[in-house]
Each structure stands twice: as structure tokens, then as C-alpha cells.
Design a protein around this ligand. Structure first.
Ligand SMILES: [Zn+2]
Length: 67
């Protein structure tokens, strides 16, 4: 069963299509992840909140820093 150039081209095209499909899947997986990261950030200071509690910038306001 000799391997011709046509078979090699078909293999390369198939690998390329699989590679593009994997890239598309990663692109879909990344966008919801970025949305989650953005939702986990504080709306005031933009820092990441630890857990679901309020951010530190909201706590420190009672010490005369700002309002
Ligand atoms: Zn904050």
C-alpha cells in the first residue's frame, strides 16, 4: 500500500480541520470563563473579591476613608 502525495495532503487537511475545531472549542470555553472572572471583580475598585462577601474597599469606608 504505497503512500502517494494525495494521501499526505488529505492527512494534512484533516489535521488542519481538527486543529481548527480544537481552537474553536477553546475559544468558546474561554469567553464564559472571562465573564466569570469579570463578575468576581469588585465594581468599585476592580480587584478580585475573595468569596462572596463584600470587597475590602466597602469595609474600609467606615474608617473615615471616603464616604
Ligand atoms: Zn472593591
Amino acid at each position: 500500500m504505497p503512500v502517494t502525495a494525495c494521501d499526505v495532503i488529505v492527512k494534512i487537511v484533516t489535521l488542519f480541520l481538527v486543529f481548527m475545531a480544537v481552537l474553536a472549542m477553546f475559544g468558546r470555553l474561554r469567553f464564559p470563563g472571562q465573564k466569570r472572572l469579570a463578575a468576581a471583580r469588585c465594581a468599585r475598585c476592580g480587584r478580585f473579591r475573595m468569596g462572596r462577601g463584600p470587597c475590602d474597599c466597602g469595609k474600609t469606608t467606615g474608617k473615615g476613608k471616603g464616604r
